[in-house]
Design a binder for this molecule. Sequence first.
Ligand SMILES: [Zn+2]
Length: 68
Amino acid sequence: MRYQCRECSYRGERAGQAGSCPACGSFNMAREGSGDEDQAPPKRTWQLRLLIGLWGLLAVLILHKLLS
Ligand SMILES: [Zn+2]
């Protein structure tokens, strides 16, 4: 697990005491590779819903065509 300081440019394998930065002593540290970063892509959600909705509409239209 790697740590990166958000106050200075420290980046290393370990953090200091109680998770503080060993270079500047700040507690504003980010852990890399743990999914802790706020990099979650929220834009993909509505695109996926739109895709599912369009496929559902297509299925409904096909069924309506077949049953009529
Ligand atoms: Zn630092």
